[in-house]
Design a protein around this ligand. Sequence first.
Ligand code: AHR
Length: 661
Amino acid sequence: MIKQRLTKAIGLSLMLNAFLAVGQTDLEVDINNKIAGIQPTMYGVFFEDINFAADGGLYAEMIKNRSFEFTVDPFLGWDQPNSDKHSFNKNSGIGSIVKYADNTGNTNFIRVKVNDDKGYELINEGFRGMGIKEGESYNLYFSAAKHSGNISKINVEFIGENNTVLGETSVDITSTDWTDYTAQILATNTLAKAKLKFTFEGTGEIDLDMISLFPVDTWKGREKGLRKDLVQLLYDLDPGFLRFPGGCIVEGRTLARRYQWKKTVGPIENREVLVNRWNTEFNHRLTPDYYQSFGLGFFEYFQLSEDLGAEPLPILSCGMACQFNSGELVPMDELDPYIQDAIDLIEFANGAIDTPWGKLRNEMGHPKPFNLKYIGVGNEQWGPDYIERYKVFEQAIKAQYPEMIIVSGSGPFPDGDYFEYGMEELKKLNAEIIDEHYYCSPEWFRENATRYDSYDRNGPKIFAGEYAAQSVAIASPENRNNWECAFSEAAFMTGLERNAEVVNLTSYAPLMAHEEGWQWTPDMIWFNNLQSYGTANYQVQKLFSTNRGTDLISVTNNGKALTGQNELYASAVTDSGTNEVIVKVVNTSNQSQEVAINLKGEKVYKKGELIVLKSENLEDENSFENPDKIVPVTAEIQNKSGRIQLDLQPYSVSVIKFKTR
Ligand code: AHR
């Protein structure tokens, strides 16, 4: 009997718990209780040339290996279908690479010998093809010099399957001296995998270099510029900063292959081509044709930051190659050139136009300073070697530029030996901003919404510089940009926002990936040669960034922050520019949940806005076929004397906005 009663009582209490778990959650929002400012840099973007993000992506160049500099095979990307290395090619012709001594970065060109102009063809395959659009024009550029014979014209055609011609032009060749030629091709069809074919009129030898092709329709219409659709996706994020150029690419697999910004500025033909460090990083995703042309170099990164209204945040090598690879170290007494690179970069960005580096910026078309405020020392370094080098950089930079804010790093993991050591040492050094990285499971993101609650408010500020939920495992090629990852990041981001006093900058990583040319997944934006789309993770980032507000206020449930109770998460801000109160609530459960929000302290207008991002299944994704599967939907809502009653959908991210009166 007693046993029966006990079982009944336990049953009742379980039922009650179940009821409470799905019962209404009351939230109190104290509009006047401003806890901290939300930094304009709170939500930014992390750009790295991984996954064909720059060459083959954002940088709109369509010719792969335009100056025949790819080191493993200078013909990579080029095809001569009617030529045979082991014959005189009497019925066609053949090109050879000429390497000349010069002090500029690029020393190769192609010498084309045409024996029979009806037979010889030179074809570039683009970056997994070239995306061309019917009715759009493409600018062709090349340098040429007649070496011998009577070659008088070069014909250029877009070709599709079976050599169908999809646009053409021709250029008269006039000189035996190196001369720059330009022409335009109108595409007569749309194709993601076109190629560009060159044929010649006359016979003899002709030298060619810097063969380049760009859409006319680039971002801001800049010649030789950036891919418009991809920059637009970034622009729509309203990022507070642009971190560049990475990532591990900063460090290089070896020191010789580190990112050297000075080699990425000035005339593009002099920018020394370098093998991309992601070329051979993963055996399961080898990309032998991945090089860096640096057409998207430091000037262009600064310019892009300006276009986006984002603070430029360059990260520089601190004399350590990637510790996941060779981990080569520059001896301490040879660190000077690396430090000088940092000092000179500040001059390049901000210096007067009569300073050596400011002069170059001016010559490149930007007399006004770029107003650089932040500089990063090292990417994802760890251990005493890093701290030793960081100290020297910090002293040197601050001695000359005391106002410059230095970003340091706590290594690749969110916890463990390396992390704890780095944080402890950097705190001792009064580091200003520390970059933390976490590539973890979606559960980790949901469980760590309180990560920063215990961080010292007077300690270093935090830059959550690289994070993304990994559906399988870190850098697994099976990882998906699915809805579970995205809403788990949203849950975590309420924790970032709630700790805006400490967390000043955040960015998802990596940013972009080419459908075929990728090495790392998940990525925030996917593209191919014609299309691009924002993933569900992109939509989450955009929702937070475009509703970032200016001041953090409190949102509580029974006096406590909402950090996973009933699988709900929340943060709240006000925006002094728009006079709005903005509440973000994430429901990570598979049940709809009743939530009542009480807006206190200020009167608000009756009508407001509810923006909901949701999807039914954890595995749901946006895709090329269905890019808008998971996008926000906006509806009007009302409050009654400051009380808003909501039925939060399962697996949803909601933004509630009311204007104050
Ligand atoms: O985002 C991909 C890589 O992850 C970055 O290059 C590196 O910093 C991190 O390990």
